[in-house]
Design a binder for this molecule. Structure first.
Ligand code: BT5
Length: 261
């Protein structure tokens, strides 16, 4: 079973309480349940396999046993609900940093993907619960393809999923999952603290440094409402700014954005 390497963990609060499972339907679902029952800020839920790993917009996340990282963290930040997307940005920066420690360079695709040469290696699913209009808690779920082999990647390709793993991109060098999980949590806490202490501006510029979408032509699908234009950055809330062909500017909150150049 995958656990955190506590010799590497150097956090104040993140991962200090951790719950490990062989198999869960979804670490996010379990984290939401635990958080509703009062689980504290910083708790981490890790599963070795997921039977119903979840993506955004009712999509699935392939979660075979024993090879990857499936982790959710419970955060209770004192932020406005409109600032919740900042947690996704923070998490993406941490994912890119942790993959970098494996000697592999990856880039962010707004809002939640980590890509290597256009292939998806990780995804983030951020879910929020409100209480009286304020954030009660936020669950950040992170899936990273660490040691998935060519056969599993090929199988995804036959379903039209363009994916890769850190191991494949590192020339076959296996990733120590317990170490990776601790590295990621260290990084996530550091960037989380940078957000709550320093505000959105620094996070946005760090995120933009790791983003591969600037000035690219995109098509944003907002519940079937299509907008095309040039990706110009993200605003102070973490929304994607698209300069539309008609000369307008749209801020995209959620949904799917694809490159069309
Ligand atoms: C995401 O959604 O990328 C968020 C994925 C979050 C997964 C983690 S695992 C721990 C935690 N517990 C959960 O239940 N979820 C979180 P989205 O942007 O909607 O992308 C989903 C799409 O990615 C799918 O429709 C597939 O096309 C593709 N996909 C599925 N599994 C994949 C995998 N293992 N690697 C790469 N791409 C995958």
């Amino acid at each position: 079973m995958l656990t955190l390497d506590h010799a590497i963990l150097k956090t104040e609060f993140l991962g200090r309480a951790a719950h490990y499972f062989e198999t869960l339907a979804s670490t996010n679902t379990t984290a939401l349940d635990l958080a509703k029952r009062g689980e504290p800020h910083g708790s981490v839920i890790i599963a070795d396999a997921q039977t119903h790993g979840r993506g955004r917009l009712q999509r699935g996340w392939r979660s075979p046993a024993g090879v990857n990282l499936y982790m959710s963290v419970i955060l209770r930040p004192q932020v406005a609900p409109s600032d919740a997307p900042m947690l996704t940005l923070v998490s993406s920066i941490a994912v890119i940093e942790a993959i970098g420690l494996c000697g592999v360079n990856s880039r962010i695709k707004w809002p939640n993907d980590a890509l290597i040469n256009g292939k998806k290696v990780a995804g983030v699913l951020t879910e929020m619960e409100l209480k009286s209009g304020a954030v009660d808690f936020i669950v950040v779920g992170i899936g990273v393809n660490l040691n998935m082999g060519e056969a599993e990647i090929q199988q995804m390709a036959t379903s039209g999923i363009s994916a890769t793993s850190v191991k494949i991109e590192a020339g076959g060098q296996a990733v120590d999952r317990a170490r990776f999980a601790a590295d990621l949590i260290n990084s996530l806490e550091a960037w989380y603290l940078a957000l709550v202490r320093g505000g959105n501006t620094r996070i946005i510029s760090e995120w933009m440094d790791r983003w591969d979408g600037l000035n690219r032509r995109v098509r944003a699908d907002l519940d079937g409402n299509l907008t095309e234009g040039i990706a110009a950055g993200i605003d102070e809330n973490g929304y994607l700014i698209v300069k539309t062909d008609g000369g307008g500017v749209r801020a995209v909150v959620a949904g799917d954005v694809n490159f069309i150049d």
